[in-house]
Ligand binder design. Structure first.
Ligand SMILES: C[S@@+](CC[C@H](N)C(=O)[O-])C[C@H]1O[C@@H](n2cnc3c(N)ncnc32)[C@H](O)[C@@H]1O
Length: 212
């Protein structure tokens, strides 16, 4: 199992950051929600207005903002930070927003086989969600429906662990990879003080849950 910081601690950090989050991440050119939407635009079927989307670790709602441009209209969001959810709620894009800590082996507060698209942007990351949450994301996805997951390279072995967990689920026949797109200029990260800042790479993956 991949070890992450205590989730309560992470969420507390986002509670404090929520009001300034969007302004500050713009300064590091955080565009992950847009990258995810651009990848989905190419492969997700055109009938989108009836699709039910679960935005996992939805934060302030930047993902729903991008997906509505593609024609999606029905959004449920879950996140552990009350303050981030409050900002998301102010955008009036989500029909349901639930506060919940997402940790391995704890069921998400949603029914099985429910969503046409499950999306996680910016939270499958070292110190945030463990790759061990993937089976639970699959559980709530409808058979034949899509999951869109992003991750950034951060110098830890998180990405490796995540890719290994994804491959394991594919080898078990639980989902099939539709897209794996590496993006070199994912966002700016602070390197060592003497090196300044530079872009790190990131990844958008899209899977389809198998019909079983
Ligand atoms: C970098 S933000 C991404 C938010 C949004 N998806 C976006 O792209 O702007 C990470 C989000 O994950 C949430 N989060 C981190 N760890 C969590 C956990 N264990 N359970 C629930 N939410 C968590 C934080 O509260 C925060 O809103």
């Amino acid at each position: 199992m991949y070890q992450t910081s205590p989730p309560e601690q992470q969420v507390q950090f986002y509670n404090i950051w929520a009001e300034k989050y969007e302004k500050e991440i713009a300064t590091v050119k955080y565009r992950a929600p847009r990258f995810a939407a651009e990848a989905l635009a190419l492969v997700y079927p055109k009938e989108r207005d009836n699709a039910l989307v679960l935005d996992v670790a939805c934060g302030t709602g930047m993902v729903a903002e991008q997906l509505q441009i593609l024609g999606f209209k029905n959004f449920h969001g879950i996140d552990g930070s009350e303050a981030m959810l409050k900002v998301a709620d102010s955008k009036s894009l989500y029909q349901s927003l639930k506060k919940c800590l997402i940790v391995p082996d704890k069921p998400l507060p949603v029914s099985s086989d429910t969503y046409d698209l499950v999306i996680v942007v910016g939270a499958l990351s070292s110190g945030l969600l463990s790759p061990d949450v993937l089976p639970e994301l699959l559980r709530v996805t409808k058979p034949g429906a899509y999951l869109c997951l992003t991750a950034k390279k951060d110098g830890s072995n998180y990405m490796q662990q995540l890719l290994a967990s994804m491959e394991e689920l594919e080898n078990k026949g639980l989902w099939t990879k539709v897209v794996e797109q590496q993006i070199d200029h994912w966002q700016i990260v602070l390197l060592k003080p003497e090196l300044g800042s530079g872009y790190t790479a990131g990844l958008v993956t899209i899977y389809r849950k198998t019909n079983q």
